[in-house]
Design a protein around this ligand. Structure first.
Ligand SMILES: C[S@@+](CC[C@H](N)C(=O)[O-])C[C@H]1O[C@@H](n2cnc3c(N)ncnc32)[C@H](O)[C@@H]1O
Length: 275
């Protein structure tokens, strides 16, 4: 697959997201059915944050394979993992997720986080993950849904306008616009991929003012990305309201409000590979 090796621009926001919600994300990884000594695959590992937490879970007798298409991302992941205690348990593989150079049945659990918008054919991807896992092992996917990812205390009519603008912009600009909304279909995707006993855990993470530096950084980048996607399709009045609430220099910047609260929604689906 022809793909640039540059770290994509979205990594800033994704890294900030990992920082802002690290405790809860790690807690979700801690619920995965992983035992000491297990073999775990982190597919499309990105910056390696999840690989590091997975390496904690497998213990000294287990291992994690962190796979990504981009060598630059694997470099970043190496740095992340080397800062953790399980660094020697992680091997890095540069490969296409759809053609992994890995034997069938080699893992006890295959994990993929926040990557369905980067990878076409979600059902095919999960089927491929299932092939790499032994019968009775698990496939686990963490995703979000762009429409419901963040509950912010802004006016309902503004939110409707912004989300519609974002939906239209995605439909015009990228090949797989629906992949931004994969979170809502995740259980169905898992079932269509042939997984059994599919469990769904939707986690709502709350934050209230005053926000930490990491939380503020995440929101600033998230709101900037939302503006970039939607500004051209908002009318001038809507854009003026958006900018008043969402630009950090504004004296009405939403996250500066003493009563500010946000909820971030993430979905974890785990299925069993048929025996
Ligand atoms: C949105 S990032 C998510 C990374 C990481 N799982 C996380 O949660 O932070 C998507 C990742 O998919 C990788 N990727 C895109 N296409 C891929 C492919 N065909 N095979 C393997 N990795 C791919 C990108 O390089 C990037 O690291």
């Amino acid at each position: 697959m022809a793909e640039s090796d540059e770290i994509p621009p979205y990594q800033n926001a994704l890294g900030a997201f990992h920082d802002a919600f690290a405790d809860e994300l790690k807690a979700m990884v801690d619920t995965l059915p992983i035992r000491d000594g297990d073999r775990v695959l982190d597919l499309a590992c990105g910056d390696g944050r999840f690989s590091r937490w997975l390496a904690d879970r497998v213990g000294p007798g287990g291992f994690v394979v962190a796979l990504d298409l981009r060598p630059s991302y694997l470099e970043l992941a190496r740095g992340t993992v080397s800062a953790g205690p399980g660094a020697d348990r992680v091997a890095f593989v540069s490969a296409d997720a759809f053609r992994p150079p890995l034997p069938d049945g080699a893992f006890d659990l295959a994990w993929c986080a926040q990557s369905l918008r980067s990878l076409p054919d979600a059902v095919g991807l999960l089927r491929g993950m299932a092939r790499l896992v032994r019968p009775g092992g698990k496939v686990a996917v963490l995703e979000e849904d762009a429409m419901h990812h963040l509950i912010l205390p802004w006016p309902e009519d503004l939110e409707l306008a912004v989300r519609r603008a974002e939906l239209e912009a995605l439909a015009d600009s990228i090949q797989l616009p629906r992949s931004y909304y994969a979170g809502r279909r995740l259980p169905r995707i898992a079932a269509e991929a042939g997984l059994e006993d599919v469990s769904v855990w939707t986690r709502a993470i709350d934050r209230t003012a005053p926000l930490s530096g990491a939380e503020r950084a995440f929101l600033r980048l998230e709101l900037a990305a939302l503006r970039e996607r939607s500004a051209d399709r908002l009318d001038p009045d809507e854009l003026a309201v958006f900018d008043r609430l969402a630009l950090p220099d504004s004296d009405a910047y939403l996250p500066d409000r003493p009563d500010f609260a946000l909820t971030c929604i993430e979905r974890l689906v785990v299925g069993t590979v048929p025996s």
